[in-house]
Design a protein around this ligand. Structure first.
Ligand code: G6P
Length: 362
């Protein structure tokens, strides 16, 4: 059928879509670049963002995880406070809003009912909304005031991969352009840094065999797995755990490095896999301290670090990229480890049980 043709030589859409990430990043740079070489976004969108006293990011699933990183980008580059909310919670339990809120909906499909329910509420209240989506003309795109497109190409696999990195790239551009327009000198060239990301992604792909080995060693028979990180790495760990749960059915959870000892460490047994991310210089030593705590209880650690921060015994090292943008590269080994774990466990990678690509019921 037609879908076989689209998959080309790939055994699964998920692997194809993982591989398409450098292409998607380059496409985004191209689409958001003006003739003077600088990044640009519709001035009406930037004006709306600047007019707000607080941004509310609303999303579900993987898009919610991208939103958590979007908050980091916007707060550090544009200096506007951001809250990130799970759509299903927000629509039934709205928090106290600021005086001039702006809503940003992140949704690959543009059709998620939980997110749409919030958009409907927000429009009734008269607040402005932007939708960041992969699908032009989708419901959330049509019903919001503004749309920013992901340009990632169709995502077929239920487990989202290239949409996540594309969402982060577009959010970083929104943050940078807003910051520049507010007169902040961000002192880094985002076009250049995203170009480095695209190249670094290809370097990770050259090491797929190693990632398959890691998946086999750590995840082929385990019942559970934990992902830990601090700061930005924590949020990437949440996405790593979600990927693993979705397609391999291993019970996986992401935790802030320092929080594990406040309860969950009780679950650590001999051989429990702990996947730890170490891409942030400011917390490099403290996350390694957290790894020691769990190793002392028998955990089997797999440290994924970044070039320049690596230490003896690290299991996988991603190329160095700008410290704010590390999620765009550190998530790749997690996506691939999940993919191979699902294969080793004979799971249906592209169509996991109980899941739908877009959930159109509340
Ligand atoms: C479903 C999918 C997830 C996705 C979530 C949000 O649950 O299985 O992969 O992250 O919906 O989808 P959206 O299209 O709104 O990003």
């Amino acid at each position: 059928d037609a879908s076989d043709i689209e998959k080309g030589t790939y055994p699964h859409y998920m692997l194809k879509e993982i591989d398409e990430q450098p292409l998607a990043i380059r496409k985004i740079i191209q689409q958001y670049r003006a003739e003077d070489g600088k990044l640009t976004i519709d001035p009406a969108i930037i004006d709306a963002v600047k007019a707000a006293d607080r941004l509310y990011i609303i999303a579900a699933g993987t898009s919610y995880h991208a939103g958590l990183l979007g908050k980091q980008f916007i707060e550090s580059l544009a200096k506007i406070p951001v809250e990130v909310h799970v759509a299903s919670e927000f629509s039934y339990n709205m928090p106290l809003l600021s005086e001039k809120p702006l809503f940003i909906f992140i949704t690959q499909s543009g059709e998620t009912a939980d997110s749409r329910a919030v958009l409907v509420q927000v429009k009734e209240l008269g607040y402005p909304a932007i939708t960041i989506t992969n699908v032009p003309g989708s419901t959330l795109s049509r019903e919001a005031d503004y749309t920013l497109l992901l340009h990632a190409g169709p995502e077929i696999a239920v487990a989202s991969t290239k949409a996540y990195t594309a969402q982060m790239a577009v959010l970083s551009i929104l943050a940078e352009v807003t910051g520049r327009s507010k007169g902040y000198d961000s002192s880094f060239d985002l076009v250049h840094e995203l170009g480095i990301i695209a190249n670094a992604m290809e370097v990770v792909f050259e090491q797929k065999e190693e990632l398959e080995t890691i998946a086999r060693e750590y995840l082929s028979t385990t019942r559970n797995a934990f992902f830990i990180g601090r700061g930005i790495d924590y949020y990437v760990g949440l996405e790593g755990a979600l990927k693993l749960k979705e397609i391999s059915y291993i019970q996986a959870e992401g935790f802030a490095g320092g929080e594990l000892k406040h309860g969950t460490i009780a679950l650590i047994e001999d051989g429990t896999p702990i996947i730890a991310l170490a891409t942030q210089e400011s917390v490099n030593l403290s996350i390694r301290g957290n790894v020691k705590e769990v190793v002392a209880r028998g955990a089997n650690p797999c440290i994924i670090s970044m070039k320049g921060l690596e230490m003896d015994g690290d299991r996988f090292i991603v190329p160095a990229v700008h410290e704010l943008l590390t999620p765009l590269i550190s998530v790749l080994p997690l996506q691939l480890i999940s993919y191979y774990a699902a294969l080793h466990r004979d799971c249906d990678v592209d169509k996991p049980r109980n899941l739908a690509k877009s959930v159109t019921v509340e």
